[in-house]
Design a protein around this ligand. Sequence first.
Ligand code: 1GP
Length: 257
Amino acid sequence: MGGKNEIFQHMQTARQSGRKCLAILIDPDKAAAHHLERVVELGMQAKVDFFLVGGSLVVKDELARCLAFIRSQCTIPTILFPGSPLQIDEQADALLFLSLISGRNAELLIGQQVISAPYLYQSSLEVISVGYMLIDGGALTTASYMSNTLPIPADKPDIALATALAGEMLGMKTLYLDAGSGARQPVSEAMIRKVRKHTRVPLIVGGGIRKPERAWASAEAGADIIVVGNAVEKSASLLTEMAEAVHSCRAGGLHEE
Ligand code: 1GP
């Protein structure tokens, strides 16, 4: 692990300063070469903060190719967002070490982590622990189905907050509210606001964010890092507007206690 801390530091600085970050999620199975080229080019122009790479179900062996390409083109940090311990690759800079704390599937709370920890210990990857919470986005998502867990109901911010607090008290360095890729409804501003108000670690929010206005609203409600996948997969040029929206929002300070 090498004691690296740079990417987490970047997230924490964002949390403390109110500077909002945009992370573009790249599903290696869906990232055709020409699309990836365009996304990386636009990502550099728009100063995207991170590329998240991974997916709940990755069936092709494209992860290494995808990471190698991003690395060869830019210095934007790449962070693995793994759906399973098979998605570990040292070409990335960091890995989100997810524990699915919204669910009650022991395998995803601790089982898979036990399997991957010895590999990660020997790797050069920066490991960032994440209290990962699936929030109902109005449709059954791959993440929910594959994890065999129920998401937190969208209209129960109190459950989300209690879960987030437990994650933080257990020592998780970040929290991630995810409505799941392709969610019909993104995580509500009310839920983001509530979790943000009572927790101190960097807050990542994603799932179903299709419009720049929505990305801005999620950031304004208190997300420190906005994750966008599908929308940019469908239209790479949207990346520029998403980055403008997220980076123009500096409202973090407004919601500090
Ligand atoms: C899913 O939060 C990410 O894990 C991104 O979701 O693909 O819907 O943007 P979208």
